[in-house]
Every structure is written in C-alpha cells, then in structure tokens.
Design a binder for this molecule. Structure first.
Ligand code: ATP
Ligand code: MG
Length: 583
C-alpha cells in the first residue's frame, strides 16, 4: 500500500492532522511506552460467512493502523463454534483480505490453535475456585440469569468442590456426557449489573467435528472465553473491535486478571452501516440460502467477493473506509459516498470504450457500402499514458435507442428527424428518415454524414448539441449486460411493519438483464475482471463467473452520475445557512 506522506517531512508546511480517538490512544501508548513501543493488532473474523464492507472497515483499521505505526497485524480465525464454520469461508476470507491489499506475513492463527491452552486456563480457574461445572439445563440457566432490572440467582451447583469440578470437567472433555448436560461457568457474580458477568458459560459440550481439530474435542470454549485469551497469547497490544463488545470488556479483563496473564487493551468503535444494505453475515447468509441472490458473490451483495465481481477496486474501498473514519457513535453512511470513492478511482483507471446497451440500427446512406475506416479514440482522457486505439466505422451502426426521439420535447438535444449530432471520434450525422415496423415501432434510422467532419469537428465551426456513442454493426461484439440497483428499497432495511422482516424490503428491481448489447470489437477477448467505462453510460466489469470465450457478460459497476457530490454541496449550503441564521 502506498505510504501516507509524512507531514513532518521537510518542506511540508501543512498543520498536523487531527487524530481520531483510536490514533490518539495509540500515540499516547507509544509516547508513554505502555507496550514497550509495540503496536500489535489482529483481525479476528469468525469463519461463518463471507466478509462484507463492514469487515473492510475493521480490516483497514486493524491492518492499516499497524502499518501506520510500524507494527504488525495478525490474521486470526475465531473458530470456536464448529457447527457454523466451513472451510469455504476461511478460504474466501483470506482471499478478500489479500485482495484489499493487506498481508499477515506468517502470522495466520486460529483460536483453535489454542484449545489445549484454553483448557489449561479453564482448569486453572477451577483450581482457584473461580469456575464450576453447572448441570442446569440451558433453559434453567437462562431463567436463573435474571434480567436487566432483576439480579440473577445462584445455581444449586455453584458450590461444587474443586475436586468434583475438575473431575466433571475432565469427563466432559472425555466425551462421557451428551450435549447440553453440563457447562463450565465462571464464578463471578450473579447479581452483577453487567449480565456478561453473571457466571458466563466458558465451555459447552458439543459432539461435533471441527474443521481443524477434527474429533479431538467434544467441548468447545465460548467466544467470550476464547477471545481475550487469544489476544493475550498473541500479545496483541490494541484489540480493536466493534461497540457491541464494550459490555464484554469487563469479562475479558476479569479472565485475564484472574489468570494473571498478559493484558491487551480492547478499544471499541461504531460498526459501519450503509443505506439500503445490510451488514450482517447471518442475514446475508439468509439471502444466499433462501435464493434471493445467486450466491455470496452476487454482484448486488455488500460482500467483498460480490463487490469485487461487480467491479469495485480495493483502492476505492480503502479510500471509502478512510473517509468514513472512526467514531464511538452509531450512524448510517450513505451508499452514494461509497460510490463516490469508487467513481473517483475508476475515473482515473478505467479505459473508455463504446458500447450500446439498447441498440437501434442506423444506416448512413451516403457512406460507401464496403468502406471501413479506422478512427482514433482516446483510451483515457484522465491518463495520457493510456494512449489511443482504433475503432472501426462503417455504413451501418448502432446507436443507443434512447438517444433518438421522433418527436422530441424542448430540452431533448440528441438525435431527432432533421437534426444533426456528433458521433464520438467520428463524424457529424443528420437524421433523414425513420423506418418503422408494423406496430409503428422505430426499427431503423436513415442518416447522412458530413465527410468534412472526420474526427468529430466541423471545419466551418458549426456546432451540434450532442455527442453520441456508437458501434459499427458488422464489427460489434454481442454481450449480456447486467444492470444493478440497490438490494433494498429502504435506507434502513430493518425498518419493517409488524409481522414482516427485512426480506420484505428487498428491491424487486435490483437486477435487470439486457441481452444483445453491442460493444466495440476491442472488447472481443475481454477477460473476467476487466474494468472499463462505457462512454456516457457508466463503469462496467466483465463478470468473472459467467463470462467465457464467445460469451461476454458485463456487470454495471456504477453509473456516471455522482449523487454524492450533489448531496455534499446541498449539505454545505444548509450548514452555511444555519450558521448565518445563528449569527
Ligand atoms: P456479522 O454480524 O456480520 O457476522 P461479526 O461481528 O459477527 O459480523 P466477525 O467475523 O466476528 O463478524 O467480525 C470480525 C471483525 O470485524 C470484528 O472485529 C468485528 O467487530 C468487525 N466487524 C464486523 N462487522 C462490522 C461492521 N459492520 N463495521 C465495522 N466492523 C465490523
Ligand atoms: Mg460474530
């Protein structure tokens, strides 16, 4: 990843950047030598689904901060729940982190690497009288737990002797008991105001194979018992996580303190939420399992694999994460802001090409029948090094159906009977006739061209009000093009009427498939993942799953219209107005 310029570097007179709360903590710790000047973070996904853009924010913080402060970031799978985890998820997670541009070196860990050590920790707490085997049922445990307003009650098994607890716990490990008959709990305080401290479960019996440890274990630590200790074992300095773990921090600290082991500093930040989308693996998994989308990597999904397939770049995602920043307060970010970052990067990097999505045949009557010209087109006006290419021009072309109106309203400046327009990089043409089918639908336009306007400029200086994209009919390659809209209709998809859930807010028009789109021939061999801008239409990417030699499939990544710029402008205006009002 490119390094940020150092503001202290010679010649840079910018004021020092203001620090967010995370960086403030890190810099303070570095100053005071709290962790001997070390910065060690980790990214700890549970391998129970594919990563989404919310995880990208966490990844950018975990790996990004380590990089920024000369530290290291571990990649760790919190794989404590064998029933929900699959190898497929682990593979995709690693691929996604790498794609975002981060590297864990040789530090790929698993909570399951620590199962033996965690078992030892549990025995230590039992020996110290700080953990006990409880034999209440799950329902009873819930009942005994109390509520936010009522204290919990002690289990009748809470006072088992150390010997009995050690014996039972060992027999749990040895597989002597069926699922659900016993659990190991921490002995903390059933009256604590923090429900997490009311004798939380540390181990449960689960006769299930684990993707990594196989059948070695039939008891598994809970996430709460594994997480803090895993951080401790890896000597993580700053354990950055989302706000929902704030109430768990006292528990993690209790474990570390009572075990007398190395203590990391947990710091919480607000989760990323984006309008018209959901960021929860569990809910995204429902969309996949119930067939609302074609898979985890459906280009409409907010998963990193879906976004990659759609044409997002890692740079755009990192830029967005940096712009969103970190805070302690939950909020919802506009999807347009993400698209803004995407457009910015694609604008600089995507070659321009011409493609016609809804073709209308056009015959240039005064152009010789068998003539073909190779016209010069600029690949990327934002990047002169991208050079030029040749585009064939001939007598029969395709134009975009919506660029023509037989009876145009006042503000329609594109092609109409008798009107002259420019064809990009080619000629001025004038519409001289319209051919219709029996139902009166326009099926062909008859036009003439002005040979003197080759390249797109009239020597006599006359002007036209529109420049259209086009493709030569005999040279065009066919493609299927998929247009996407947001997956949900509401900004907050969880806002539902009683009796329904977020599924009811799915957008029925989130996917539109266009067949027989006509593209310029330079795209004939375009490979999966290739990103281009179709002039005037948007950014598109060759679908990496469904495209094959001879069958081109393009995904529209994003349109050209930048709604975020507008939103920002109107917000600035409103703020200025408010300020003026206050004065
Ligand atoms: P999900 O609810 O989607 O399953 P999770 O929190 O269970 O998410 P984990 O696999 O436990 O997912 O997450 C790994 C890391 O990513 C955690 O540190 C978690 O806090 C962070 N993370 C998950 N979702 C978001 C989000 N929307 N914004 C920021 N960070 C997130
Ligand atoms: Mg989770």
């Amino acid at each position: 990843m490119p390094k940020k310029p150092d503001p202290k570097a010679a010649g840079d007179s910018r004021p020092p950047r203001s620090l967010d709360f995370l960086r403030t903590i890190l810099e303070d710790d570095l100053k005071t030598g709290r962790f001997q000047g070390r910065v060690q973070t980790r990214f700890p996904p549970e391998p129970n689904g594919y990563l989404h853009i919310g995880h990208a924010k966490a990844i950018c913080l975990d790996f990004g901060l380590a990089e920024e402060y000369g530290g290291l970031c571990n990649m760790r799978f919190d794989d404590t729940n064998p029933t929900k985890e699959e190898r497929e998820y682990m593979v995709s997670i690693l691929e996604d982190v790498r794609w975002l541009g981060f590297d864990w070196g040789d530090r790929l860990y698993h909570a399951s690497d620590y199962f033996e050590q965690l078992y030892e920790f549990a025995c230590q707490l039992i020996r110290d009288g700080k953990a006990y085997v409880d034999s209440l049922t799950a329902t009873q445990i819930r009942e005994f737990r109390g509520t936010l307003t009522e204290p919990g009650r002690n289990s009748p098994y809470r006072n088992r002797t150390v010997e009995e607890n050690l014996d039972l716990f060992e027999r749990m490990r040895n597989g002597e008991f069926p699922n659900g008959t016993h659990v190991l709990r921490a002995r903390i305080d059933m009256a604590s105001g923090n429900l997490n401290l009311r004798d939380p479960v540390m181990y449960r019996i689960l006769h299930a194979s684990h993707p990594r440890t196989g059948d070695k274990w039939c008891i598994y630590p809970t996430y709460d018992f594994a997480h803090g200790q895993s951080d401790s074992i890896e000597r993580v300095t700053h354990s950055i996580c989302t706000l929902e773990f704030e109430d768990h921090r006292p528990l993690y600290d209790w474990f570390l303190e009572n075990l007398g082991i190395y203590r990391s500093q947990q710091i919480e930040f607000a989760r990323l939420n984006i309008t018209k989308t959901i960021l929860s693996k569990r809910k995204l998994s429902r969309l996949v399992k119930e067939g609302y989308v074609s898979g985890w990597n459906d280009p409409r999904m907010p998963t990193l694999s879906g976004m990659r397939r759609r044409g997002y770049t890692p740079e755009a995602i990192r830029d967005f994460c940096a712009k969103v920043g970190v805070s302690k307060k939950d909020s919802i970010v506009e999807a347009q802001m993400l698209e803004h970052s995407l457009r910015r990067h694609l604008n600089q990097t995507s070659p321009r090409v011409m493609g016609v999505l809804r073709p209308l045949r056009v015959v240039i009557e005064n152009y010789p029948c068998d003539q073909v010209e190779e016209l010069t087109a600029i690949n990327n006006p934002e990047c002169p090094e991208a050079g030029v290419r040749k585009v064939p021009f001939s007598r029969v072309l395709y134009l975009e159906r919506e660029d023509f109106m037989e009876d145009p309203p006042r503000r329609f400046f594109r092609l109409a009977p008798g009107r002259e327009v420019r064809l990009r990089y080619a000629y001025f043409i004038t519409c001289v006739g319209v051919v219709k089918d029996e139902e009166g639908r326009v099926v062909e336009l008859r036009c003439t061209y002005d040979p003197a306007t080759r390249g797109g400029d009239a020597p006599d200086g006359r002007r036209v009000k529109a420049t259209l994209h086009w493709v030569s009919a005999t040279h065009a390659v066919n493609a299927q093009v998929r247009l996407y809209d947001s997956l949900f209709t509401k900004d907050n998809p969880y806002e539902v009427s009683t009796g329904s859930d977020f599924i009811s807010n799915l957008n029925p028009d989130s996917l539109k498939v266009l067949e027989n789109c006509k593209l310029e021939p330079s795209l004939a061999d375009a490979q999966g993942g290739r990103r281009v801008q179709f002039e005037r239409l948007g950014y598109f990417c060759v679908d990496s799953e469904d495209s094959s030699p001879g069958r081109l499939v393009f995904n529209r990544t994003v349109t050209l219209r930048d709604a975020w710029a507008k939103i920002r402008k109107s917000r600035k205006k409103a703020t200025r107005k408010r300020r003026r009002g206050r004065r």
